[in-house]
Design a protein. Structure first.
Length: 509
């Protein structure tokens, strides 16, 4: 039952993570995150001594007796996990080094900008389970402690430690120490995060650090932002990832481990499921993309239909003779590199959800995740090919089909896989500022269908009070347009903006 529970939590968290933060924070424009193989490991193929080694120096006593002795035998890889185990050297007295443990360190250093995360379940003993970066010595060093977590403090003086993410940094120059701390409590995770309130030993948690620049480290817990460490001095050294498990007779640590706990194999071991580390590289997959602009896409052959986002049918189809409100897409940078396309018909991201090449590309994404990631490949003369980086296939609208559903099935960037594109108006969100005008909305208040008198242009947008566009269908006649709201648009106050820049307030019942 315990094993089943673990997998259920993993499945639930995977669902949560698919709609929450990405593995990495957003990349700056023109950059993308690239995994660093030498600093990443799923631990599925044993202990990789080309990447890691067991660092066996012992901690001094910082404010009390430190009984920790680093031993190579106390770390290894089994069943897809790196483990560090605490054992009791029963031949040692309490005032000697009886707490046997280990430290595992990377052989390769790294410097900002970078992001690293590790999925860890702590030992349930009074000890620090750590994930950190360091370079230097006690008197001259740069150090970032992503976590120093203790799920079972023995001192009776640290009641919040089982949930507190102990994070800090040290910048030490000639023995002079700069140190700041951050103590995010996992009980403050969002309400729908299944790991909210879970002690460090109860489930695997994902701990991340975005070392942004010489003074800034953003912290993450279970794919949520967990605070920032901001230094006054500069970080200057490459640092080395490491994990260890250690204890000391000190209240700030939570008190020394109970020796009897070290004989219990159910609680004496720290497990690391994976570590994944990324660095920023130049991104060629969105070169030439009109970032933050609204565009139309049109087949380059056949009936030359414009691509429309049919929210009701959950598909993209290239069959419109003109580009109107449903044929507009905002081009945005994707945090993993490349671009994302937001359909302005329903404010959803275009996505390729699976590898079924007959499935329609659809406007259904709630965020910029793996399914919503595309390469923008400029073909010159206002033409582009779009590649799903999830399936490694090119978007295609068959020239031989007048109602050409857009599918991610192309194996090259030629012919059916090319689209004409151009920037269209409406790149900005609507404002709620009402202009004086002679345009009339009837009826107002109204329901699903309204008429806007005083204009015949279908180049119109509707936004809610927060400035977010809502999905509509627009047709026109002499000196009037007719707006049909999708059924998903609820009652409330909306603002209609015409091509002339005039804005009218409308109440939908």
């Amino acid at each position: 039952m315990k094993k089943l529970s673990k997998y259920l939590v993993l499945i639930i968290f995977s669902i949560f993570a698919s709609t929450a933060l990405l593995a990495q924070p957003g990349a700056p424009s023109g950059k993308k995150w690239v995994q660093v193989d030498k600093l990443s490991d799923e631990f599925n193929n044993g202990f990789d001594d080309t990447k890691w080694f067991k660092s066996l120096w012992d901690y001094p006593g910082f404010s009390g007796h430190n009984p920790t002795a680093m031993k190579a035998k106390n770390a290894g890889v089994t069943d897809g996990n790196l483990w560090i185990r605490a054992t009791d050297d029963k031949s040692k007295a309490d005032n000697e080094r009886w707490f046997e443990s280990c430290r595992v360190q990377a052989k390769t250093g790294i410097k900002f900008p970078m992001y690293t995360e590790s999925r860890i379940r702590t030992a349930h003993i009074s000890a620090y389970n750590t994930f950190w970066l360091n370079n230097g010595n006690a008197n001259d060093r740069d150090e970032i402690d992503i976590i120093e977590n203790n799920s079972k403090p023995s001192c009776g003086c640290q009641p919040n430690q089982p949930w507190k993410m102990g994070s800090q940094y040290f910048l030490v120059e000639n023995g002079d120490v700069e140190n700041r701390q951050n103590a995010f409590d996992n009980r403050n995770l969002s309400a729908n995060n299944p790991l909210k309130g879970k002690k460090w030993n109860e489930e695997f948690h994902i701990f991340g650090a975005h070392w942004k620049d010489k003074n800034t480290i953003d912290l993450y817990l279970d794919r949520e932002y967990a605070g920032t460490l901001k230094s006054t001095r500069n970080f200057t050294r490459d640092q080395f990832i490491q994990w260890d498990l250690w204890t000391e007779e000190a209240n700030w640590l939570g008190g020394v481990a109970n020796r009897a706990d070290l004989s219990n194999s159910n609680i004496n071991t720290m497990y690391i499921d994976y570590v994944r580390t990324y660095e920023l590289k130049d991104d060629a997959s969105n070169n030439g993309a009109p970032i933050n602009q609204v565009i139309s896409l049109r087949k380059t052959g056949g009936n030359r239909g414009y691509v429309t986002a049919e929210a009701a049918n959950n598909r993209l189809i290239a069959n419109r003779p003109v580009a109107r409100s449903w044929e507009r897409f905002r081009v945005e940078s994707h945090p993993r590199g490349g671009i994302a396309l937001k359909a302005l018909s329903n404010n959803k991201y275009v996505q390729v959800p699976n590898t079924d090449i007959q499935a329609s590309v659809r406007p259904n994404g709630n965020g910029k995740f793996a399914w919503e990631q595309f390469e923008w490949r400029s073909k010159g003369n206002g033409k582009v090919a779009l590649k799903s980086l999830h399936t490694n296939r090119w978007l295609q609208a068959a020239w031989t089909e007048d109602n050409g559903v857009v599918r991610a099935k192309g194996t090259s960037d030629q012919g059916w896989e090319t689209f004409d594109w151009q920037v269209v108006s409406g790149a900005k969100q609507l404002t709620t500022e009402i202009a004086s005008n002679d345009i009339i909305v009837y009826p107002n208040p109204g329901n699903q269908f309204i008429e806007v008198k005083g204009t015949s242009s279908v180049d119109v947008q509707v936004a809610d009070v927060e400035g977010k566009l809502v999905p509509i269908r627009v047709t026109n006649s002499t000196n009037s347009i007719f707006i049909e709201f999708e059924l998903s648009v609820g009652p409330g106050v909306y603002f209609i903006k015409t091509e002339q820049g005039k804005t009218i307030r409308f109440v939908k019942l």
